[in-house]
Write a protein that binds this ligand. Sequence first.
Ligand code: C6P
Length: 413
Amino acid sequence: MLTVMKANFDVQQIRKDFPILKQEVNGRQLIYLDNAATSQKPQVVIDAINRYYKEQNANVHRGVHFLSQLATREYDDARVKVQRFINAAESHEIIFTRGTTESINLVAYSYGRKFVREGDEIIISAMEHHSNIVPWQILCEQTGAKLRVIPINDDGELLIDEFALMLNPRVKLVAVAHLSNALGTLNPVKRIIELAHSHDIPVLLDGAQAAPHLKIDVRDLDCDFYAFSGHKMCGPTGIGVLYGKSELLNMMPPFMGGGDMIASVTFEKTTYNVLPAKFEAGTPHIEGAIVLGVAIDYLNSVGLDRVAAYEHELLGYATEVIGAIPGIKIIGTAREKASVLSFTLDGIHPHDMGTILDQEGIAIRAGHHCAQPVMKRFGIPATARASFAFYNTREEIDALAEGIQKAVEVFNG
Ligand code: C6P
């Protein structure tokens, strides 16, 4: 049963949807604060995986038999759910991928192969995840194009005036995070898109962290590409989405060749299928896509606006409570933030902090968060990161604060 939200956000009711949260870790009630790495899954999602293999499993777009048609219908319906979830104009603008990483690689390879030449420029930002750095570096190495980086200030905010000055006719794409996984900064993406579009430059948004926490409207944003992962938004691993404006996707060559992406094949010449099949070679992650649709139904039942409002309040509380601990330095103090609290503590390595908190049953992430350049920008090797979801509570944040105090006692006497 879905939890239907009434007037108030009843977090205890929501928590009942997530069986894993009842678990004990190291003899303590699990406190899961590693949601930026992956979210937990509600019972409806777990059940839907089971149901798919018990009742629906067949290959899609290939068979005339009952099960194949059922699986095909469910798979295509899932695409429409994603389309509505991000308010895309057409369902064929939704390409199923393995996740954000594959979505960005698809654009780097396909758009890059078609439109990027020696001397051209790609703009990213100083706070990107490696998934939104390395594919562009590979493209630049292969084409002789140049990677340019929007700088950030000490709060972890993009310097938009500097960005405006970087725009010129050689720039072929701007690719930035909607929400930073390492700092929690919510970037002014509408402004970035307006500025880039005033120079006819398309924009890709890495929405891996934003899609689980904010209502995404790709038409209102007017972004050209939007990439996100199912597993960070209550869905299964191994499924993700690339949204692209059909005008652009239609101009781009296939990313991979194989079954389903062709119209006809001879040894002399192959013609390609229309969107979205052109970009979905081979048997797709059928169960993943269908169950992502179920996760979207679940998130819609909770309400993304309410999720955003609740998490905003939670992050505010965490910032206050954790920020008040002597020796804590919050890394990422932008005015606009969501869901992520990264910090360091004098004298304690983030990995040690993570280990001590684990003893208390508290799961956080410690490390560079696949964003080494932003760590370098702040002159640190790593941070401890607590990242929140709508099923977390103030009491869990209090327990985190107590756990940090314990770490202080262990290490700093
Ligand atoms: N960040 C984190 O703990 P994949 O792995 O393809 O689902 O997502 C990659 C990715 C891309 N962009 C951003 C902003 C991300 O945060 C991530 C994944 C996880 O922060 C795992 S490193």
